[in-house]
Ligand binder design. Structure first.
Ligand code: DCP
Ligand code: MG
Length: 441
């Protein structure tokens, strides 16, 4: 029977940041359909569609926080954020078990758009052009597309690797490598996996790692040195180091951010690294041993060294790491070998991908935050994206405050509100604490 039919319809708080939204919930049947509608609207990608996409997502998010499976339309009575279009979809699924509109949306065009936009560096505009050319497979794009964007070159070449989800063991393995190197450079560093893994997901498309140091200013210069060390170990395939563009005025205005689709102004590195195939099968494996397995391909001349000309376009910040004479433990011999091999054995990303290899390419984001912004950065980089949208809207509309990954600014009192923990971020916004795994909106 229907346990809820006799009860009053549920009342949920309006904003997702006021309620728990977990990965497991009772209404996947409906949320999957709504998220296909959302995805389709996003891929069509014009102004009207993007607000429709958000409406589908908001509705889906409400259904995810329902503490029971939806069995009748009357249960939606007091719920906000579910518009007429969404109601039609839900009703059809309740009656027929599926929704015709959603089924019809998943046509050839949609499938191709999903495949193409899953390539690192490819957005819906390029994907549309490829479809107009008559392309429908990754292979056609790999053979026919010449890009000046390093992300696209590597994204196309390593599409199979990067489209294989990163699992939790691999994420922890990557965190371990980064932590060991970062701690050597900067003892006392704080390092945290954020993104989907922090929200309890078991798989993801990348590994997001946020770093800081409790002594203000100590974190400056860390990232370049860390990358140099990872590069010396032969595990970096490509990437781009972005300098921090933060200034205090950004606490109050962040129109520039949203215009560029940027998330924040932190110093960060977005790139691709290689990890041994075996690390997810055997998480207990000593990674210093496996590093010699993967870096041995440098010595075999597979050209996995980071190279400015193959990894970055002129318009992007080149991989211009500081020379590491500060670093006593720098392995000069391997550096010399690599420099030699770099010129003699340069091969393209595509050739590199086709080699018989014992490693897999993985997308990694490394972000560095000053300590006084860290807990806001942690909330922002934990996400998810929809949770961020919602908590920022809540701050603006309900409190007259500006929330970003850099901080919280009270626009009425004209002051910033510091936070020394994630709980304080929520307290500052008069919100009950929502655990990371409850932010899966
Ligand atoms: N983020 C955001 N807005 C963006 C990009 C990112 O708010 N445009 C935040 C929220 C995300 C977090 O950063 O949760 C990490 O970004 P990812 O794209 O890696 O997203 P996830 O880690 O959530 O997903 P996945 O598991 O696919 O990596
Ligand atoms: Mg992620």
């Amino acid at each position: 029977g229907n346990e809820n039919s006799g009860r009053n319809p549920l009342i949920l708080p309006e904003y997702a940041c006021q309620r728990a939204t977990c990965l497991k919930h009772f209404n996947h049947k409906f949320t999957k359909a709504l998220e296909i509608l959302q995805k389709h609207a996003e891929l069509r990608d014009n102004e009207r569609d993007s607000s429709r996409a958000l409406a589908f997502r908001r509705a889906s998010c409400v259904l995810k926080s329902l503490p029971f499976p939806l069995t009748s339309m009357s249960q939606l009575k007091n719920l906000t954020n579910i518009g007429d279009h969404c109601k039609r979809v839900i009703q059809e699924i309740l009656e027929d078990g599926e929704c015709r509109e959603v089924n019809e949306l998943q046509d050839d065009w949609f499938q191709k758009m999903v495949v193409f936009t899953n390539i690192f560096g490819i957005g819906s505009a390029t994907a549309k052009k490829w479809i107009e050319k008559g392309w429908s497979t990754i292979k056609e794009a790999q053979e026919g597309y010449i890009s000046s964007d390093w992300r696209v070159r590597w994204g196309l070449a390593f599409h199979t690797d990067l489209n294989t989800p990163v699992n939790l063991q691999e994420a922890q393995y990557i965190q371990q490598i980064v932590r060991k190197e970062a701690e050597t450079i900067l003892p006392g560093i704080i390092l945290q996996i954020t993104g989907g893994f922090r929200r309890g997901k078991e798989e993801g498309h990348d590994v997001d790692i946020l770093m800081t140091h409790p002594e203000e200013g100590k974190e400056v210069g860390l990232l370049a040195r860390l990358l140099q060390r990872l590069q010396n170990k032969g595990i970096i395939l490509c990437g781009n180091l972005e300098k921090s563009t933060y200034s205090d005025e950004m606490l109050t205005l962040d129109s520039k951010l949203s215009a560029k689709g940027q998330l924040d102004h932190f110093e960060k590195w977005l790139g691709i690294i290689k990890i041994p195939h075996s690390c997810s099968e055997n998480p207990a494996m000593d990674y210093s041993g496996s590093l010699s397995i993967i870096s041995s391909c440098v010595h075999k001349g597979t050209g996995c060294s980071v190279d400015n000309s193959t990894c970055c376009t002129a318009s992007e910040q080149p991989l211009n790491y500081q020379p590491l004479n500060l670093d006593e433990s720098l392995d000069l011999e391997s550096k010399a070998k690599k420099q030699k091999l770099g010129t003699e054995n340069e091969i393209s990303p595509m050739e590199l991908a086709k080699l018989d290899r014992n490693w897999i390419a993985r997308r990694v984001d490394l972000i560095v935050s000053p300590y006084d912004q860290y807990f806001y950065a942690l909330v922002g980089w934990t996400g998810n994206k929809q949770f961020n949208r919602d908590i920022r809207t809540y701050a603006q509309r309900e409190l007259g405050m500006k929330l970003s990954s850099h901080g919280l600014y009270d626009l009425n009192k004209n002051c910033a509100l510091p936070a020394r923990s994630e709980k304080e971020v929520f307290q500052n916004m008069k919100l009950q604490y929502i655990e990371p795994w409850e932010r899966n909106c």
